[in-house]
Design a binder for this molecule. Sequence first.
Ligand SMILES: Cc1cc2nc3c(=O)[nH]c(=O)nc-3n(C[C@H](O)[C@H](O)[C@H](O)COP(=O)(O)OP(=O)(O)OC[C@H]3O[C@@H](n4cnc5c(N)ncnc54)[C@H](O)[C@@H]3O)c2cc1C
Length: 463
Amino acid sequence: MSEQFDLIVIGSGPGGYVCALRAAQLGMRVGCVEKRATLGGTCLNIGCIPSKALLQSSEEYHHARHALADHGVLVDSVTFDLARMQARRGEVVTANVKGVEFLFRKSNVTWLKGSGRITAPGKVDVDGTVHETKSIVIATGSDSMPLPGVAVDEKRIVTSTGGLQLDKVPDHLVVIGGGYIGLELGSVWRRLGAEVTVVEFLDRIVPTMDGEVARAFQRILARQGLKFRLGTKVTAAHAGNDGVALALEPVKAGATEELTADVVLVSIGRRPFTQDLGLESVGVELDQRGRVRTDAHFATNVPGIYAIGDVIAGPMLAHKAEDEGVAVAEILAGQAGHVNYEVIPGVVYTWPEVASVGRTEEELKAAGADYKTGKFPFTANGRARAMGDTEGFVKLLADRTTDRLLGAHIIGPDAGTLIAELAVAMEFGASAEDVARTCHAHPTLEEAVKEAALAVDGRALHI
Ligand SMILES: Cc1cc2nc3c(=O)[nH]c(=O)nc-3n(C[C@H](O)[C@H](O)[C@H](O)COP(=O)(O)OP(=O)(O)OC[C@H]3O[C@@H](n4cnc5c(N)ncnc54)[C@H](O)[C@@H]3O)c2cc1C
């Protein structure tokens, strides 16, 4: 039996489910197709949420073991129960995915259970039933990028999905790829006792982040015990009874060497997921990287078909997908939905955290921009000292003539929370002076942001 919808969203990740909720708020009759047994997509099931649950649990253990004594809190024999940590991860995921189900019921969004395939503009086949709709939004997300020569079995050679579910701490974990997913999961297993080696093709980690921050980040992670093999590529992996043997080669010529691991995490990036959607037959164009091509209003080349989130261009981040979901729903309702791609924060949830918004110094240099820099270290922040968390700094970049903030980069305690102030400031077109003249509560980590803003004008007070 087919139903008449105003909008069918294919995929219930943060892009799709938020789009469905906003469209329902705007009075549309909405169906959301999801083939997974639970709603919430990569983010809630196998991405942001379970990784943050394990990061939190492993950090609690690490803190109890290594930091509490300095505070005079003596806990003898701190141990951990991995089965409980993993069970808790599952509970956190369940609470979140059930939450989306509740929101769908509350907003009258129909969950169309099964695999969606577009058979024609305005027609979506879900496991044999064709549903009719005025508009279609593709929000099918992404999956892990495979690495030639390295066959994933999700036990010994894992993607992030298997890497989140290990039931034993590996003696040696090799992480292929120095991006945020690899470093977050590497940190989890390092804190729980694994030897962790990160193998990265480029000569730096977190390639899209500010170079100075990335170098500081690598030094801090190295002090935590992570080992780095930069400028190195993995050309083959053989899983045997004694673990996995990896063949490594320097990117700039040199001898091949072997590295053995108990578990290998392949995290070299993610690719848009467009399989079995019927895109070819309805003529929806992809770009050269396999992403659905859209215009500034999220419209594909086929009238009535739109796309958002990881499956289109732009950073593969949950909040970017969510904002696009809201924007496209508003556009379909005749409003002026819009996403400001200049101000999309990015956060790595290690400890310390790393967060950024806007331009990096490298990008400004490449664009020939005339800019000023203001930096302030957490060693000079009273609250950071009280917390015992003084690693890192705030770095702000502002236009030399207008003082307008162009970029903000933080490595330090709660950087992911601190960056929000700067994202708001940049959204309002603030200058560094605006931030510097805003009264910041004392004693807070945010005062380091204010001091960095003062430092843009060479007048930081507490250093
Ligand atoms: C380990 C890990 C950690 C991450 N951590 C963060 C983080 O901390 N912060 C952050 O911002 N981002 C993080 N991300 C990235 C984030 O998960 C993605 O950017 C986000 O989920 C993209 O949302 P989306 O809605 O585009 O797609 P997805 O969340 O990928 O959802 C797509 C959904 O579509 C469904 N689907 C696909 N095809 C069909 C079909 N034909 N029919 C029906 N259903 C279909 C899939 O089953 C899936 O549920 C992380 C990712 C991973 C893997």
